[in-house]
Design a protein around this ligand. Structure first.
Ligand SMILES: [Zn+2]
Length: 429
């Protein structure tokens, strides 16, 4: 009984620690104080409890008291995704509340864990971000992402993720009937849908905002979406491994980085992030593979949360004869989830990493790293799905031990070597 009460108190306390709706109006000084306080706590925690970090600190001759504010962060060595991959030394399994996998623009999928507080701030961050574009749960939302087919309930509809002409027709029929107030989805998918609507003179009434996620948003895509759906696009950036997230407010002057969730550093243009909440698998100075630029201006909305530009890797899409296929889409259908959800059994575990290289003439080379336990069936199913997604492309799979790196040591997820086609596509309106 006492345990139960303690648990309740703990929960109650946590919920009172930070009210994101209130803190969005805090001054920058107050936000920084908050970050520094949380930083000292998490640093002490990892030193005392997480072997992997303790060893890193000892090697760098650091003690928790050496990190007083975020200005001291540079002293801590960077943590890479490779270091965390399948490494129990960075996990406190007593505190795991959810298991997640990275998607997006990196070639290697990382299995990672969240503690309860981390999960809660993730959701609260999303709720605050969405509220900026007018969406609150209960309003009518259409999602176009990796869903295999139409799923519908009273307020949400998941459209078909595969975007053949036939499926686009079906999706539009559903949208006309469902009348969503908000559209959310992968950039590439929303773009194809928008272009289809424009090309066919289809007008969808009553959409209040578009929320493109998970892939780089190019200006030409934003323009097409705004024209097609006759409303504003609100970009969001979210990388849950490490907790970096940022949303566009209705002033549309950049993305406000959510300081209450994580500390973002710009290290030579690369994003390095320290999660302020996750104690199940802490991310301390974690290089998440994305790039960041702080914008040197204040937003006219008067929030002092700094404005940034955040990007995944460049060239992160393939161009088929029928349109583009973005990184997240490939992640889910290729290496990633066989179905949706956070369930291990639905994850194609035999494939450790993939890299897609588009060559001229609609040739797709796939560099694929197998895990030891990978079965032939997994490769066959991967190839089948990939050939559906990429439609008319010719696919060649190269089995490699590691994803080839660029000169800068990056392992790009998608490389588009058909520069002529890429430039043509970017100019297209
Ligand atoms: Zn703003």
């Amino acid at each position: 009984m006492i345990n139960k009460i303690n648990k309740l108190i703990k929960r109650f306390k946590f919920k009172r620690i930070i009210d994101l709706n209130m803190s969005q109006w805090w001054s920058i000084d107050k936000l920084e104080d908050f970050q520094n306080q949380r930083l000292r706590k998490i640093i002490k925690y990892v030193y005392d409890n997480i072997l992997g970090y303790r060893e890193k600190f000892i090697k760098a001759k650091l003690k928790p008291q050496d990190i007083k504010t975020k200005d001291d962060l540079w002293k801590i060595p960077i943590t890479t995704r490779e270091e965390l991959q399948n490494n129990k030394d960075f996990v406190n399994d007593k505190l795991i509340s959810a298991t997640l996998y990275t998607g997006g623009s990196t070639g290697t999928s990382l299995k990672y864990y969240e503690s309860e507080e981390s999960r809660e701030i993730r959701w609260n961050s999303h709720l605050r971000g969405w509220s900026w574009n007018g969406y609150i749960p209960g309003k009518k939302l259409a999602i176009i992402s990796s869903a295999q087919g139409l799923v519908k309930d009273k307020n949400t509809i998941n459209l078909i993720g595969g975007l053949t002409i036939e499926n686009l027709e079906k999706n539009v029929e559903q949208l006309i009937e469902f009348k969503p107030q908000h559209l959310r989805g992968y950039v590439g998918s929303l773009y194809i849908l928008a272009k289809y609507c424009l090309d066919n003179n289809i007008k969808l009434e009553g959409i209040e905002s578009v929320d493109p996620i998970s892939e780089n948003l190019y200006n030409f895509q934003r323009e097409i979406m705004e024209r097609a759906f006759d409303c504003k696009v609100f970009e969001e950036y979210c990388c849950n491994d490490g907790g970096a997230c940022a949303w566009e407010c209705d002033s549309h002057e950049g993305l406000h980085y959510f300081m209450e969730r994580a500390i973002i550093e710009d290290v030579d243009g690369e994003m390095v992030v320290t999660d302020l909440w996750n104690r199940a698998m802490p991310f301390i100075r974690y290089k998440n593979g994305d790039s960041v630029k702080f914008l040197d201006k204040k937003c006219s909305c008067e929030r002092e949360l700094p404005l940034i530009k955040a990007k995944g890797r460049d060239n992160d899409f393939l161009i088929t004869k029928n349109g583009i296929v973005g990184a997240t889409y490939l992640m889910y259908h290729g290496i990633g989830y066989v179905g949706a959800g956070e369930d291990d059994s639905k994850f194609r575990t035999g494939i450790r990493a993939v890299q897609y290289v588009q060559k001229p003439g609609y040739l797709l080379e796939v560099n694929l790293v197998k895990n030891k336990w990978c079965k032939d069936e997994e490769i066959i199913s991967f190839e089948n799905i990939l050939s559906k997604v990429t439609q008319s492309m010719k696919i060649r799979i190269n089995f490699v031990d590691d994803i080839p790196k660029t000169k800068k040591g990056k392992r790009s997820f998608i490389i588009n070597d058909d520069k002529e086609l890429l430039n043509k596509w970017r100019k297209m309106k």
